[in-house]
Structures are given as structure tokens and as C-alpha cells.
Design a protein around this ligand. Structure first.
Ligand code: ASP
Ligand code: MG
Length: 422
């Protein structure tokens, strides 16, 4: 008998009818002889609704209370799912994070899971019940309810699967898998049958919204097999078919090594670029600039220091667009004067486009095909950053979709022949 964890996103839990559909699907897996644990998100829109109520009361709500508030979304959807299952004749029980408990650190609104007690879960599974555990939340060691950050139910599900040593963690969502790029931008985008864990990690951190990045990190740390698949198909399709559909995140790279050089294209508009002109090019200058930025808890992504001219250089870096105003403030009022910089130039109309693929390790000329493709489209590259398995460029955000389409074509991602075998 295998242990399978199912995670259902907000859209899948979005109405009583959809919850009944989820219940049908879960009951089918249970009837096929699996021990099933379900981790649901709140019904779609509920977390946003609750956050908006909090904002009405205070622009900066107390974070402990905000966690108390938003965690109710998952509590409601979990109880509703348990009711639907019981009504359909499948024994089920729902638990809030603190009841299990799912122990986290105390960082409200962005807590990290420390441990999950499996005693209650196993006892219920062994007595034939489906166990439902609220996504997105836990409890700290002082008994305060915490939440894991937006999209955190993915991480809850993978963590539960890790704690139970589950055979697979199935992430049921409103898309049927991980695509070579967002099909809303490139209609020819293809679903991948498998993607390597490392590629998925890059895709998630570079802007693909399919899985919360922490869930991918968790899967990597504990080697949890994760599959992304659609919850919007007929819930009664056979378990055997569901077991091989969607996209499997695999740790067996050999299977993929000979396949496509580039597997996917990620992009993000959440970028902003700042430049300090005429900074004295002396040892320690990067630290004098980026030290205070880090101290202000602002994540820096790409960094570029120009060659120096008469002892002076230009220093550019990118941050998330949400941190743009704060970063500019810091540069104008603190860092610029401290390092004796000249003018501060900034641009929040930039986007990052990245090609990702473990095949890049063993192939040359990948980045140059990317640059050639962009130059043929007349798109100027402002910054470049690379790792072993990705190349990212920063461009004017006006051309982001054009760049993604051109690259998808240039790397032949629309052609089924290079679909990695599964
Ligand atoms: N309900 C939470 C959110 O909307 C967590 C999740 O859906 O994964 O972010
Ligand atoms: Mg999600």
C-alpha cells in the first residue's frame, strides 16, 4: 500500500461543486487502496479577501494577528473537503496545522517548517481514513499560528510527503503540468513529461509561478517525487492514468541528459534596475554599496560593475520591483553620498528573460544563440547573468513577450521531437 499526498490549489477548491469534485478524486484514490493525505489551499480569492480586510483596519497589520486571520482560509476549505468526503461515504478527518502539529519557526507571514509530527496522521491512515491537513500554516514553539508565505500550501504538501516518506506528492492545479514557457505568451508552449529538479528550481526562482520555490527546495532536500497535474479533468479518470500524467520532477538526470539543451524559458517583469554613476573604483566599494542594501533586507539579483575609467566606474544592480522605491531612497540618501557617487540612474521598466536547461552544462554556444536571437529582433541586452544551467538577460520590458517567443522558437521548444523521453 502506498502513501500518496494530494495538494489542491485555490481554483480547484473554488466552490462547493469543485470541492465535491476534489472529494470524488480523493475517494477514487482511497478506493484504489492508497493511503491518502490531502493538503488544500483556501478557496480561490479567500486569502486576498482576508488580507484586504486587514488592510482596511491598518496599512501595516500586526503580523501575528494577520497569520491568525489568513490561516482560517485553509481551515474552512479543509473542513468542507472532509464533509464532502464523509457525505460520499469516505471516512475523513481534517486538521489545522497546530493540531498535527506542523512546527515552524516564529517568522510570521514567512515561516519555515521545522518538523511535522506523523503520529496522528499515521493513526488515522491506519484506521482507513483520508487525512486532510491545512496548507500554508503551522505553529511556532510558543503556540502561535504562523503562515508560510503566499503559495505556501505547495510547501506544506511537499513537507507532509517528506515527513511520511510518501511515494509521491501530487500537486493538482489549474494547469496540467509544467510548460516550456507560459502558454499565455507562447501558444506553442509544450507540457514537459519530466523536468529535472534543478531545472524546476531555476524555473521557479526565475519567475515560473507553477510551484512555490520553497516547495521545490524541500523536494530536493528530502528527495520527494513531485508531480504537477490538472484538477480540472474528469475526477473519475483511472488512477493509473493520473499516475503518469502531468509533469514529474525527477532526480534521475541521466534520463534527461541527452535530451533538449534548453528545457524552458522563464521570465519576470518584477524587476527594477539602479545604477550609481562615477563611483570611485577602490577596494570595498561593492561592499559599501551592497552592504546597506542587504542590511535593509532587500534582495539583489544581477550585479554589474563597469571597467574603470580614470579610477571611476559605474555600478548597477537589480532588485525586485516591490523594493524599487526603498532601494532608490537608500541610494539617494545614504549610500550615494557615503561612497561619493555621481548621478543615480534608475529604470523600473525592465524584465528578465532566462533560458534554463541542464543540457547547457555539456553544450557550448547556447548563450550565443540566445544573444543572436535577441539581436535579430533588435532587442538590446542591458545585463547578463549566468549559472551552470541558465542564462538570464535584462531587457526593456516592452520587448519581453517578443523575446520569449523568439527564444522559444530559436531553441525549437515547440517541437515534440526534442521532448525528453519519460
Ligand atoms: N492560500 C494561500 C495563498 O493564497 C496559500 C496557497 O494558496 O498556497 O497564498
Ligand atoms: Mg499556488
Amino acid at each position: 500500500m502506498s502513501i500518496i499526498v494530494h495538494k489542491y490549489g485555490g481554483t480547484s477548491m473554488g466552490s462547493v461543486e469543485r470541492i465535491q469534485n476534489v472529494a470524488r478524486r480523493v475517494a477514487k484514490w482511497h478506493a484504489a487502496g492508497h493511503q491518502v493525505v490531502v493538503v488544500p489551499s483556501a478557496m480561490s480569492g479567500e486569502t486576498n479577501r482576508l488580507l484586504a480586510l486587514a488592510k482596511e483596519l491598518s496599512p501595516q497589520p500586526d503580523l501575528r494577528e494577520q497569520d491568525m486571520l489568513v490561516s482560517t482560509g485553509e481551515q474552512a476549505s479543509s473542513a468542507l473537503l472532509a464533509m464532502a468526503l464523509i457525505k460520499q461515504g469516505t471516512p475523513a478527518r481534517s486538521y489545522a496545522g497546530w493540531q498535527i502539529p506542523v512546527l515552524t519557526d516564529g517568522a510570521h507571514t514567512r515561516a519555515r517548517i521545522r518538523s511535522i509530527d506523523d503520529v496522528r496522521i499515521r493513526a488515522d491512515l491506519d484506521s482507513g481514513r483520508v487525512v486532510i491537513i491545512t496548507g500554508f500554516q503551522g505553529v511556532d514553539e510558543d503556540g502561535n499560528v504562523t503562515t508560510l508565505g503566499r503559495g505556501g500550501s505547495d510547501t506544506s504538501a511537499v513537507a507532509v510527503a517528506a515527513a511520511l516518506g510518501a511515494d509521491e506528492c501530487l500537486i493538482f492545479t489549474d494547469v496540467d503540468g509544467v510548460y516550456t514557457t507560459d502558454p499565455r505568451v507562447v501558444p506553442e508552449a509544450r507540457r514537459m513529461n519530466v523536468i529535472s529538479f534543478e531545472e524546476m528550481l531555476e524555473m521557479a526562482s526565475l519567475g515560473s509561478k507553477v510551484l512555490q520555490i520553497r516547495s521545490v527546495e524541500f523536494a530536493g532536500k528530502y528527495h520527494v517525487p513531485v508531480r504537477v497535474l490538472s484538477s480540472l479533468t474528469d475526477p473519475m479518470i483511472p488512477v493509473e492514468i493520473e499516475m503518469v500524467s502531468g509533469t514529474l520532477i525527477t532526480f534521475e538526470e541521466d534520463k534527461k541528459m541527452e535530451a533538449a539543451v534548453v528545457s524552458g524559458i522563464a521570465f519576470s517583469r518584477d524587476e527594477a534596475k539602479v545604477t550609481l554613476r562615477n563611483v570611485p573604483d577602490t577596494p570595498g566599494v561593492a561592499y559599501s554599496i551592497l552592504g546597506p542594501v542587504a542590511a535593509a533586507n532587500i534582495d539583489v539579483d544581477m550585479i554589474l560593475q563597469n571597467i574603470s575609467l580614470q579610477g571611476m566606474t559605474d555600478f548597477s544592480f537589480t532588485v525586485n520591483r516591490n523594493d524599487y522605491v526603498r532601494t532608490l531612497d537608500l541610494l539617494k540618501n545614504q549610500i550615494g553620498p557615503a561612497v561619493g557617487a555621481g548621478e543615480i540612474v534608475s529604470d523600473d521598466k525592465v524584465a528578465k528573460v532566462s533560458i534554463v536547461g541542464i543540457g547547457m552544462r555539456s553544450h557550448v554556444g547556447v548563450a550565443s544563440l540566445m544573444f543572436r536571437t535577441l539581436s535579430e529582433e533588435g532587442i538590446n541586452i542591458q545585463m547578463i547573468s549566468t549559472s551552470e544551467i541558465k542564462t538570464s538577460v535584462l531587457i526593456n520590458d516592452k520587448y519581453m513577450e517578443l523575446a520569449v517567443r523568439a527564444l522559444h522558437k530559436a531553441f525549437e521548444l515547440d517541437q515534440a521531437s526534442i521532448q525528453p523521453e519519460d
